[in-house]
Design a protein around this ligand. Sequence first.
Ligand code: XIL
Length: 297
Amino acid sequence: GTTLKAAAERSGRYFGAAMGGDRLSDQGFLTIANREFDMMTAVNEMKPDATEPNRGQFDFRAGDAIYNWATQHGMRVRGHTLAWHAQQPRFWGSLSGSALRTAMIDHINGVMAHYRGKLYAWDVVNEAFAENGSRRGSNLQSTGNDWIEVAFRTARAADPSVKLCYNDYNIENWTYAKTQGVYAMIRDFKSRGVPVDCVGLQTHFTGGSSLPGNFQTTLSSFAALGVDVALTEADVTNASATQYAGLTQACVSVPRCVGITTWGIRDSDSWRGSENPLLFDRNSNPKAAYTSVLNAL
Ligand code: XIL
């Protein structure tokens, strides 16, 4: 039979997963990862707190372990993430204003220098918007509204070869205020030449609600601005086969939707506890949602 990656590759797309460093010794995980996936994201190991625990003291061991395993098995790697309100280095907590801004820039330069030329994409900025469509309050936002474009300009200069993504959740529904807020920022960035190449839609679907019927509209609207789009952290409450088929169809219907990543492989890998939101069960068996995704690719 076919696999997720083979089916995705038929249309020039990838099918990715996220893994933590602890999965590098988990044969069950590695077997499925190697068989089904051709893109990998580190769950925590390339986040700011992991890569720069102390100022100017970078630690790439955990990120590199994932990078090395993935690339040795023919996968590409998405970098996640450089600037975020959460999982920050502790020392950022005692900085503000221009000192914090400088720390962010130094962080982007330090991490991107290490991975220069090696990654498919970076989630340069993660989750910078609030649900009402305005900027989320954070220490980074308090350094000035231009922190996001400074992050992207810094990133482009640090590694011109990697795609630079803005990544967020709850931006799948086109009529939702947060979606419109992110869309307006990307439109503004493209009109002013701020370097942004892609928008990552995390695609954490919750509850019994149906997939937003306008998800495809959201993807094609972002794409029309001249960016790639990707589903970067997909998981669905109880792995509804219908919703997984719908999100897959939305992506494959949009030429610039480059790939889908699920946030883990088996339910036992998920950050969403008992929601069983992934494509494989705790015994490594494919679930109904797996077949629905495969059929929709
Ligand atoms: C989550 C990880 O899965 C957890 O292990 C960690 O404790 C918290 O972060 N959006 C993101 C991801 O961009 O980085 C988050 O990952 C899930 C939500």
